[in-house]
Design a protein around this ligand. Structure first.
Ligand SMILES: Nc1ncnc2c1ncn2[C@@H]1O[C@H](COP(=O)(O)OP(=O)(O)OP(=O)(O)O)[C@@H](O)[C@H]1O
Ligand SMILES: CC(=O)N[C@H]1[C@@H]2OC[C@@H](O2)[C@@H](O)[C@@H]1O[C@H](C)C(=O)O
Length: 374
């Protein structure tokens, strides 16, 4: 048995995620045996400084070279600083930062050195969660679905439901909570729905020097340009059968569809693109979900939430309605997945990433024995 897993099987796992919006690192503790969630614990956030964020931004889309190395150093230092604040941690799940993602081409790259973090924290660390899945023919994303399955069981759901994460990119997990295990055929279906906040953020930065359309205030003043929306939906991505995944900038070209529009109309139109992309995605679900639970920063955008309600036939609510923390769900997911990796349990399957067979993605690095005995 792995040293991090005691007799009860319950592990105090600390997960850390740095998402596509490059705002900072989220970290959260959960107690889990990798199958069932036992309890949720403390969480913390560390924002990147402007200098750090610029170094990360410069490395986006690169696979190797000095910019990638500099980004890796930022990720390692920021995580070591944040995660050191937590006590009594058995195991760490370290996602790192995705710099490039081309699962059917050059692969997927998350920077961050789990071995170095294990030494810095003197704790075992699971990291590099996506590359095994890609090597086995999978998309390498999304990976949160196995945790969403555990969340559905945690709330004792009885009917199919869906989780929607609205970060830079949107990803949806349809869950049948009546199945015994997440890797069972038909238990899950997962895929990236399309762009979420990334295009609106890019518009706000380019036109107004702001990082986001806070609460959807600008979009609320605008009109959606239906022609631009139709051109967006003509993208072949929406015809592809899931599982399927995206890189942050795969839909960067949508900004060209709104160049002639006013700031407010452009914001409204890019916001609507996220909602209609989710609407198209729902058609892929095996059965209509009873409800859609929204996580990630986009749930704070009132206009986006209204547009989702207009586009979907089920109730749409932030995950807080079932007692979860929508800012920390991804960090919690990588804590849970770390425990699964340590136990040799799968973290993805054909229905979540398209991988040939269920796979436990991730590398487990231990601190040197001398540190563990200290
Ligand atoms: N109050 C708000 N109003 C509108 N949008 C918001 C608000 N708060 C956050 N957001 C949006 O959510 C984004 C951050 O979301 P989140 O932290 O879930 O993304 P991420 O984890 O970095 O991305 P991903 O899940 O794609 O890896 C911000 O960049 C912004 O666009
Ligand atoms: C390659 C990569 O890092 N993908 C992220 C990204 O951000 C959202 C969406 O695109 C999702 O596919 C994934 O993250 C979440 C945490 C996941 O793997 O479930």
């Amino acid at each position: 048995m792995n040293k991090a897993i005691g007799k009860s099987g319950i592990v105090r796992a600390l997960g850390a995620m740095s998402g596509t919006s490059l705002d900072g690192v989220d970290a959260a503790l959960i107690e889990t045996d990798g199958i069932r969630i036992h309890s949720f614990g403390a969480s913390a956030y560390r924002a990147y400084t402007d200098t750090e964020r610029e170094l990360l931004r410069e490395a986006l889309g690169h696979w190797h070279g000095p910019a990638v190395n500099a980004a890796g150093a930022v990720i390692d230092a920021a995580h070591a600083e944040l995660l050191a604040q937590f006590d009594e941690v058995d195991l760490v799940g370290f996602h790192g930062q995705t710099l490039a993602h081309e699962p059917r081409g050059r692969g997927t790259l998350q920077v961050g050195d789990g071995g170095a973090l294990a030494r810095a924290l003197n704790r075992p660390v699971v990291w590099d969660f996506r590359s095994h899945d890609v090597a086995q023919g999978g998309e390498g994303a999304p990976l949160a679905p196995f945790f969403h399955f555990a969340c559905a069981q945690w709330i004792k759901a009885r009917a199919p439901l869906a989780f929607l994460n609205l970060g830079g990119v949107g990803n949806l997990t349809w869950v049948d909570p009546t199945r015994a295990a997440p890797e069972d055929k038909g238990a899950l279906l997962a895929f990236d729905t399309g762009p979420a906040n990334a295009p609106v953020n890019d518009l706000m930065q380019a036109r107004l020097g702001q990082g986001m359309d806070r609460d959807g205030a600008l979009a609320a003043q605008g009109q959606v340009a239906s022609g631009a929306l139709e051109q967006f939906l003509a993208d072949p991505y929406f015809m592809r059968t899931p599982p399927k995944s995206l890189d942050r900038n795969d839909f960067a070209k949508v900004l060209e569809l709104v160049t002639e529009l006013s700031d407010a109309d452009a914001a409204a139109t890019l916001t609507a693109m996220c909602a209609v992309g989710v609407g198209r995605g729902m058609a892929h679900c095996p059965h209509p979900p009873e409800r859609l639970l929204v996580t990630g920063g986009g749930r704070h955008n009132k206009v986006l939430m209204e547009m989702l309600r207009d586009n979907l036939d089920c109730p749409v609510d932030p995950v807080e309605i079932i007692g979860l923390d929508g800012d920390m769900l991804e960090a919690q997911a990588f804590a849970h997945l770390a425990v699964r990796v340590a136990r040799g349990l799968p973290t993805s399957c054909p229905d979540t990433t398209g991988v040939r067979a269920a796979v436990a993605g991730g590398t487990l690095s231990h601190p040197p024995l001398v540190d563990m005995l200290r």
